[in-house]
Ligand binder design. Structure first.
Ligand SMILES: Nc1ncnc2c1ncn2[C@@H]1O[C@H](COP(=O)(O)OP(=O)(O)OP(=O)(O)O)[C@@H](O)[C@H]1O
Length: 249
């Protein structure tokens, strides 16, 4: 689904990612961990196509197609979802209206008509019930006065409605308390299927107790320096990152 090979990328003159290799297949959950400033958020931004980042060299393919030249909206229409892609507060635009627009834009990009209102309502109801989201929440203004947990609920609701093929959840600086962490984890677990994949970027081993990853990768200095299974996350929690640095010397 996602194929990244020898990817080098950065901002302006600065190289941040220095040769990333990563393959993600349908049905898989990958966790990316690593010390502050190692390039985790940059990797998410480069995959999603944020404009300030530039690819220097390497392959970035999604479903067999080179996406490195596509803008973020085009990537989203192909089924990529990045959390925090829309962190803005939009007064007067409700959680529901925002998601309706996003769905219809994706349909338009595929040459389809708007989703009929009845079908949209049914889907909203279904997903809100699945995620135990209160109806009142759905009519609130986007992100206006949202708590950390509510922001996460909104994001997971977007994820549920948009049904992306690959979701990248950047949880590194979201200040997740235990409730927000559970919102993310429960949401991801309910939405996981054999056809979609998730990349979770996190500092919290605890999150990975709830979302069990198939693979854990350690990013350091712009490279994936170690990969393993969920036990690696536990080892990192217990021992920190220094032992990996020592292994690399
Ligand atoms: N827009 C930018 N302009 C300049 N430098 C940047 C930019 N974005 C990231 N960097 C630099 O790139 C490096 C990697 O940053 P990044 O945010 O990807 O790390 P991270 O692993 O996500 O860190 P954290 O765990 O602290 O969230 C850092 O040195 C950072 O200062």
């Amino acid at each position: 689904m996602l194929h990244i090979k020898d990817l080098h990328a950065g901002v302006e003159e600065k190289e941040i990612l220095k040769g990333i290799d990563l393959d993600v297949k349908p049905g898989e959950v990958h966790a990316i961990m690593g010390p502050n400033g190692s390039g985790k958020s940059t990797l998410a931004s480069v995959i999603a196509g944020k404009e300030e980042f530039e690819i220097i060299k390497g392959d970035l393919e999604f479903e067999g197609e080179d996406i490195s030249e596509l803008d973020p909206e085009e990537r989203a229409h192909k089924g990529l979802f990045l959390s925090f892609q829309y962190p803005v507060e939009i007064p007067g635009v409700s959680v529901t209206n925002f998601v309706k627009t996003a769905i219809n834009e994706t349909r338009k990009a595929k040459g389809q008509k708007d989703m009929p209102a009845g079908e949209m309502l049914k889907k909203i109801k279904e997903k809100a019930d699945l995620l135990e989201i209160d109806r009142k929440f759905l009519s609130r203004s986007l992100n206006e006065g949202f708590s950390g947990g509510e922001k996460k609920r909104n994001e997971i609701f977007q994820l549920a409605m948009l049904e992306p093929k690959l979701a990248i959840l950047d949880e590194t600086d979201s200040g997740l308390d235990i409730d927000a962490l559970k919102v993310v984890a429960n949401g991801v677990n309910k939405l996981k299927s054999k056809d979609n994949a998730v990349i979770v970027i996190t500092h919290y081993q605890r999150l990975l107790d709830y979302i069990v990853p198939d693979y854990v990768h350690v990013l350091m200095g712009g490279k994936i320096v170690k990969s393993g299974n969920k036990e690696l996350a536990k080892e990192l929690e217990a021992k920190g990152y220094d032992w990996i640095k020592e292994e690399l010397v």
